[in-house]
Design a protein around this ligand. Sequence first.
Ligand code: ATP
Length: 705
Amino acid sequence: MLRVGQVMSRLSVCLYSYHTIGDALTLMKEKQVNGLPLLSDQGHLLGMVTKEQVFEKGLEQYAAENKAADYLTTRFLPLKEESVLDDVWDLPFDIYPVFNSQEEITGVVTKYSLGQAYFQNVQLRSQELEAVFDSAHNGILAINRQGIITSLNPAAERPTRSTKEEAIGRFLSDVIIPTGLLEVVRSGIPEFGAKFQVGRRLYISNRTPIIKDGEVIGAVGVFQDVSEMEKVLQELQSVKQLNEELRTTVASSYDGIIICDNQGEILRCNPAVGRILEVSWEELLGRPFKDLVDKGVFQKNIIYLVKKQDGLVSILESSSAEHSLVITGNPVYDEEGKMAKIVINIRDMSEIIFLREALEESKQLSKKYQAEIAQMRSHQETSADIRSGSVIMKNVLELASRVSQVDSPVVLVGEQGVGKEEIAKLIHSQSKRREEPFYKLNCGSFPYQLLEIEIFGQGNALGNGKGKAGLLELANNGSVYLEDIGKMPLNLQGRLLRVLKDKMLQISGGKETVSVDTRILAGTNRPLIEFVEKGLFREDLYFSLNVVPIKVPALRERKEDLIPLVLFYLEQNNKRHEMDKVISPDAVQLLLDYPWLGNVREMENVIERLVVTARGKIISAKEVDLVLYEKEKSPLRAVTVTGVIPLKQAMDDLEQQLVTLAMEQHGTTVKAAEALGVNQSTVVRKLQKLKELNVGIEGGSIRKK
Ligand SMILES: Nc1ncnc2c1ncn2[C@@H]1O[C@H](COP(=O)(O)OP(=O)(O)OP(=O)(O)O)[C@@H](O)[C@H]1O
């Protein structure tokens, strides 16, 4: 800011009352000024003596010896050295005395020199502003009240796609598409942060009205190219998203994941680590990996191995919880090639083995179901071939013949293998439905959904042509024999009741109902009322179904049937295997004395085995004895101790034998676990241990004491 002190003429002299005008003009010439201050004898400023004043008085009155005081003018204004030029340049006097801050007169200044200095200063400032305006990184564009562009800097040329020369003087909307500036001129309200796009570039603009004397005379817009920033922002956004995805992936990984820095400090780990190592995974964060080794969670320090190897390392370990772990350490290098982090992956192999076993078993089960369904759906052989010599059985058969003449439901109660299904077939084959289909299905051997579809069918609710008729529909006008009816799920029992009562069948998967006339025959090993009492069977269904209960006695309760059945199966197997075997009387006696807990089915199997395995033509008592009592005599049925050995060794040995035997007898880990009374995972682990010791199923035979 320019001040008077910088522009004035400094004076070392002033005029006093004794000075003549000649002295004054000489001094003015000497000091190159147009006027001088005249002071009183006491040093007070009395006024100014100027050349102009001399001319004004007229030269005819001029005489050099005239007193300078005669030319004094008191029309003046004293100025201060520190006065700002902007404030004083247009004051009305031609010459001013100038004082310093101590109120001493220090010089004079004319209006002309003040004005000249002021305009030079304004010019300089304007040049500076122009330089700033032109070099500004942001685009600046100003319009007047009429919307005509008045200023535009080079940075504004890009978004307007025109040069300064082309743009100035044109209407705003002829030069640039966003015309928000016009709105600012109209409303007088500034607008900040408005975004607009020109081509591929994105700009943010701040628009401000230009106000003079309370009136809007134009508007200025400053806009910044934020395309790069936007790009960086988008990148940041996608990095954030990626980071989130990575975090979720690590967190939801079934394998345990631990991330350490190059010093082995745990930076991150996931919940699976907690599950596999049986530790609190959150507490591991920030701790050295080595702690886990020191505590025996790991046997080897994989961090050390990865650093030593300077590459990926995989090791196999058994954790404290008897899990087999595959631990993989993977180094991560920074841009300079230094190892920055180590990612450790922990895979629990026992779980994988367990899952593979479970999958294998469900595949087997599924195959079994498929086979059973295929067999069940094929048209059933209904000619019953029942042998009997007992009165009790005769009565049963007579009752069966009688009920075959009516359409009532029948419940056949009896132990496994007593011949319930045979009697069901007999009822059907003697009924008026004999020419119609007969189907059977075991309610206890299918999972719920499969059973539902097999009995009630599947509707075409999806309209994809995949509907399937159930047995109740397939056997329309015929009969269905539902084995193990007590095991039918409660949900399905209600629908079966509708079939019995209203002859209406509700197809699964839809609201569809069809009317059916299917006779229901049911079988159960335990009296149905027991299921009702336990809440497993609907009482209303029980009463509707149990119209004619037929109890089929166990084979041991009808000894008279034994000989006819033995002879029947002997003949049947001789024929089947093209043999001519007979049975010795003492062998028959053994068969008569046997309890036949598996009833007729057991006898059927025993006789076939005797026919096939007997060495001579006559089946001897010894051979019968071997077949009937073989299992009881097996040394494997009990543990026999023959000597003293360390208890731990004995227990390990026994455990190996039991697991191997259970697998041999039951085939799957699920069933073996059931027989051993342990969890399936325990069996899987023990088998894994046996495989490692090479004494498992594949590894060796069962060792006996
Ligand atoms: N009196 C009989 N005469 C000839 N064979 C019979 C007789 N009773 C049963 N069987 C035969 O015994 C086997 C078992 O019979 P069935 O399947 O009818 O028994 P079940 O009581 O229905 O058994 P489960 O309840 O276990 O299904 C079948 O092969 C059947 O042919």
